[in-house]
Ligand binder design. Structure first.
Ligand code: NCD
Length: 311
């Protein structure tokens, strides 16, 4: 594979990227999806996973992606690291960078941390989710999954339902899918709906799930992110479940070939019934997980190739 040009040494947010760069990311993801054993393109390079928040899919898929590219990969266990001795985040990141690693994947509960770290270190920084801000590689794997299933993104109606206000996945997806021409709908109770934000692409807002998913091509369900609510009163789960849980009766209002997505982790029975989550005709949730490895290979490949070209 030749090295495509990526416009930045880091991947911090989808909001920063052009539609053309998003297409480059999708094309590169497709190549790794078709050829998962594309060879050890980046043998000898090293990647560190620095996760201050819990993760199953994102951390593991970055690890697998790095290994498939031939990289050495290390996971920092925050619980046993010097963070527990009071070391600052900046010093931890600079320490890792000083060892000569090529990329740090960082996940943190505070918005803006990935950008702050990128300004401090010599290596590539990939945002694995920063607070309620962005989760760019999730948006890439989601957009790739939509394109794989539907053949296109432009013109599709994508309904995102759930705790959008606290969701970095929703934000990155709105930027990604908006730039590529999807019609976007948000469905949430007022307390979980984001404030109108001029920086986000235009969206239609719905308070009722059955209105918002009418004739949708893609339905993306989200978990209620209690840990990102900063002490705000949590929603009444029984009322939420009664109004916003996706079941087959509601799903029938979407297009007959609608796909159901969820970034995980699922809170089964709260935002989605078991029957819908496991419905092989509509649910692409495990396909998203699978595509996450290819998407992260694509991002690592582009950033590591850019580094090689720079030295
Ligand atoms: C998401 C995240 O961490 O933002 N999960 C993920 O990366 N697949 C969604 C969530 O936490 O609900």
């Amino acid at each position: 594979m030749t090295s495509a040009i990526f416009p930045s040494p880091h991947l911090i947010s989808i909001a920063d990227l052009s539609a053309e760069t998003l297409e480059t990311l999708l094309t590169r993801t497709a190549r790794f999806a078709d050829h998962p054993d594309a060879g050890s393109l980046h043998r000898g390079r090293s990647v560190v996973n620095l996760f201050y928040e819990n993760s199953t899919r994102t951390r593991l898929s970055f690890e697998l992606a790095a290994k498939r590219l031939g990289c050495e990969v290390m996971n920092i266990d925050i619980a046993t690291s010097s963070v527990k001795k009071g070391e600052s985040l900046g010093d931890t990141a600079r320490t890792i960078s000083a060892m000569g690693v090529d990329a740090i994947v960082i996940r943190h509960e505070n918005a803006g941390v990935a950008a702050e770290i990128a300004a401090l270190v010599d290596c590539a920084v990939i945002n694995g989710g920063d607070g309620t801000n962005e989760h760019p590689t999730q948006a890439l794997l989601d957009a790739f999954t939509i394109k794989q299933q539907k053949g296109r993104i432009a013109g599709l109606t994508v309904a995102i339902c759930g705790d959008i206000r606290h969701s970095r996945v929703a934000k990155s997806n709105l930027h990604f899918l908006g730039k590529l021409g999807a019609n976007l709908r948000l469905i949430a109770p007022d307390a979980l709906m984001p404030e109108p934000n001029a920086a986000l692409p235009s969206v239609a807002r719905y308070g009722r799930l059955e209105d918002g998913i009418k004739d949708a091509d893609v339905i993306m369900m989200l978990r209620i992110q209690l840990e990102r609510m900063n002490g705000a009163a949590p929603p009444d789960l029984a009322a939420y479940q009664a109004a916003y849980r996706l079941d087959h009766t509601l799903l029938a209002k979407a297009k007959p070939d609608a796909i159901v997505m969820h970034p995980g982790p699922l809170n089964r029975t709260i935002e989605i019934t078991d029957a819908v989550a496991d419905d092989a005709r509509h649910s692409v949730i495990l396909r998203q997980v699978r595509n996450g490895v290819s998407a992260r290979m694509a991002v690592l490949d582009l950033l590591l190739s850019r580094r090689s070209a720079a030295v």
